[in-house]
Design a protein around this ligand. Structure first.
Ligand SMILES: NC(=O)c1ccc[n+]([C@@H]2O[C@H](COP(=O)([O-])OP(=O)(O)OC[C@H]3O[C@@H](n4cnc5c(N)ncnc54)[C@H](O)[C@@H]3O)[C@@H](O)[C@H]2O)c1
Length: 235
């Protein structure tokens, strides 16, 4: 989804600063965006759960462009398991890599967002709002519920400075992680049956929501979570 957003934001004329803990995929996105005529640099490897590395990413952006107008907190990693089977360490890792990761980068970017009256877009999940019997996601649901609450709080703290903060909650999106699961008939029948549209979402459909929340088109929207789930929460 970050890759799709990089392409879309670059086509809109944004100057992008990306990052990834995985240097190969980060460099691939920089190369693709640059080849398409976009402006993108990246800090990689960069582990956003480390406060110093989160700060280094913000410093890189300021060194290169002098300001930050949009912070899109999309990177995350979750660990799944049923409550009594999941190693306790996986609980802590999920909270760290889905919640702390957003807090740390937002904290580092905050002075620059106040200066620019910027916009924060956080990635939550439909798992903040519902459960799936095929998904042992107790830590993930908890973390993403935290993102919705953190976003509301950021909106309150940011409003006096003209900073907007919103989250988006993707439903099940077709990515490298979910595509192989579609071959499991039980998984696919249940998950597709949970969407009114009877399909998975595409990363580009989430990037469109991120773009809207990042742009002046959403100038009177702050503190909300926009759900893009093909109708999962509607029934
Ligand atoms: N795939 C889905 O169906 C789905 C549904 C709802 C929400 N989400 C959320 O959407 C976001 C993007 O998910 P995706 O499916 O594109 O995932 P993905 O795994 O394809 O991409 C996430 C990227 O974040 C990077 N990353 C992970 N931990 C990092 C760290 N500590 N520091 C820096 N980079 C790190 C990974 O290397 C990866 O490139 C995540 O926040 C995820 O929780 C995904």
């Amino acid at each position: 989804m970050g890759r799709a957003a990089a392409h879309l934001f670059a086509r809109e004329g944004a100057k992008l600063v990306g990052c990834d803990i995985n240097p190969q995929s980060a460099q691939a996105v920089v190369d693709e965006v640059s080849a398409a005529g976009g402006t993108m640099l990246s800090l990689h490897p960069c582990d956003l759960t480390d406060p110093a590395q989160a700060q280094a990413l913000i410093d890189r952006a300021i060194d290169a462009f002098g300001r930050i107008d949009v912070l899109y907190n999309n990177a995350a990693m979750a660990y799944f398991g049923w409550i009594d089977e999941m190693p306790i360490d996986d609980w802590y890792k999920t909270i760290n890599e889905e919640v702390h990761i957003v807090y740390l980068l937002t904290r580092a970017a905050w002075p620059h967002l106040k200066a620019s009256k910027g916009a924060i877009v956080n990635t939550a999940s439909v798992s903040a709002h519902t459960t799936f019997k095929t998904l042992p996601g107790i830590a993930h649901s908890t973390a993403k519920g935290g993102i919705v609450a953190m976003t509301r709080h950021l909106a309150m703290e940011g409003a006096p400075f003209g900073v907007r903060a919103n989250s988006l909650s993707p439903g099940v999106i077709e990515t490298n992680q979910t595509r192989p699961l579609l071959e499991d008939k039980n998984w696919a029948d249940y998950m597709l049956g949970r969407t009114l549209m009877h399909r998975l979402g595409q990363p580009e459909e989430i990037a469109n929501v991120a773009l809207f929340l990042a742009s002046d088109e959403s100038s009177f929207i702050t503190g909300v979570d926009i759900v893009a789930d093909g109708g999962t929460l509607a029934w």
